[in-house]
Write a protein that binds this ligand. Sequence first.
Ligand code: SF4
Length: 285
Amino acid sequence: MITTKLNLEDKLPLTCSRTGTCCHGKTVWLNPWELALISREKKISRTDFIEQFCDFGGIKLKFEGEKGWKDLKSCSQYIPNFGCSVHLGRPLACRLYPLGRQIQSEKVHYIHEGKEFPCLEGCPEVVNLPFMTVGEYIQDQSAGEFEKSQDNHLELMQQLANIAFELFLDTGLAQSGDTETLNEWIKLGEITPDELNVRIGKDWLNALVLPEIESLENPTQFTNQHTQLLLAKAQEQFGTLITFEEVKNASVLIMGVALQLSRSFGADPKSLSIHWVEAAKSHLQ
Ligand code: SF4
């Protein structure tokens, strides 16, 4: 698949016709803030939203609706002949589509994949609309706060992974000759999202996906509060570990939580776990 990097000034057929043509056959992940927002827009609790409309315990929207565009199944939030039922609360992936957003070496890139520009190929209405720059499109889609939220969750993921590192490297576990912990980290990156949920357990999954935070207006405040809740939980559970077996299990558990969080904003747990294992090994040399 060809990936093209875009500049904010690039002008493309990005003006959205808002018909929802593209809401079929996609993968839309939800970070915890996006889950809270979309549930509020739907006017149901997050728990009910997960039960009715999500896969993998609340980190992905179901796409099991009526078949439409290209004979693909529609998003659980799509209403035929109407469009998105949660337009104001739609997540970042929907706001950016057909673009993607990548962060490499702390630099943000916008990309699109494939040879053809998907809006021209799939949405006949767009042909007659004026072109927009990438920057104008992002503004038009009110994506700014959602991008902030993705960046905040990236930081939270790193903090959780740091706990796994500390448990492995700073407790004597690594120096004891343990090889299982890093093998388990790799396995966590390879198993399915549902299997990973089983590994981390309901208690940690709820702490990750359903934090008890009322105010949703500011994504940074939301993630800061979420971070405090998760760090306090880790401190409570991991603060009094005694045996290496307990430390290993704790390191694997919190790494699993970090990897599941990474998936909720579209990162690839497999390459992350490989990267983190290499980083841990480099600390031991
Ligand atoms: S949330 Fe709305 S915009 Fe996003 S895929 Fe579903 S129906 Fe489409």
